[in-house]
Ligand binder design. Sequence first.
Ligand SMILES: N[C@@H]1[C@@H](O)[C@H](O)[C@@H](COP(=O)(O)O)O[C@@H]1O
Length: 260
Amino acid sequence: MEVVIRPADELAVLAADVIEARLREHPESVLGLATGSSPLKVYQELIRRHRESGLSFARARGFTLDEYVGLPTDHPERYRNVIAEEFVDHLDWPAEQVRGPDGLAEDLIAACASYEREIKDAGGVDIQLLGIGSDGHIAFNEPGSSLASRTRIKSLTQQTRRDNARFFDGDIDQVPVHCLTQGLGTISEARHLVLLAAGEEKAEAVHQLVEGPVSARWPATVMQFHPHVTVLVDEAAASRLELADYYRQTYASKPDWQGL
Ligand SMILES: N[C@@H]1[C@@H](O)[C@H](O)[C@@H](COP(=O)(O)O)O[C@@H]1O
């Protein structure tokens, strides 16, 4: 696990570099997309590169992490709409090549199984972007999630509903109670996990993710088992890391030939 502590703008450039390098070499890559505020600057940077230097997504495929259950098709917070609005619609990426779990399916269990199959049939995810919840969730895998879990229905914690109420006119009652989410086992199969976190409210979750004992209490700790993880954090999100100086030194002395 590599921890990089830099200002948020620089982190977005680093994450965009990882994705651009992959796409230039393998235009048919499979990208794992996260919603939430954490990856927004990365998306903006990639849109800029698409416009200014021709970075193409035309042959790539994309899979989002999660979706609320029951939000109507035209709801602006439906994650399919969010990812289209903030990212995909600004690129040369055909909409049908970007998939998400179907939170409006009549049979939600079947929808989860079919989403797992789609990811597998695409050859798995090459680069998975991730944010982290203040309670340590990744995607919507709340505390108590099995570390081996697959795409399934979950209930959101009150803390996550409170955190996300800012996207629903500040009204927690508008935040759905249920969601569909890739499981921790599903996410762990992506070949490179790139997690972004900024702000003091993420500091404890980041500390647990990097330095805590692996436990379903802090679901992101499952990433400690993964062979290729990049954790991109600003100073505030890094403020509870016990070995922050070591991570800084390691990054400062990183050999030029070694990418993230
Ligand atoms: N389901 C999403 C996650 O995928 C996201 O990473 C996290 C953090 O969100 P943000 O980046 O807005 O802080 O919470 C949301 O609930």
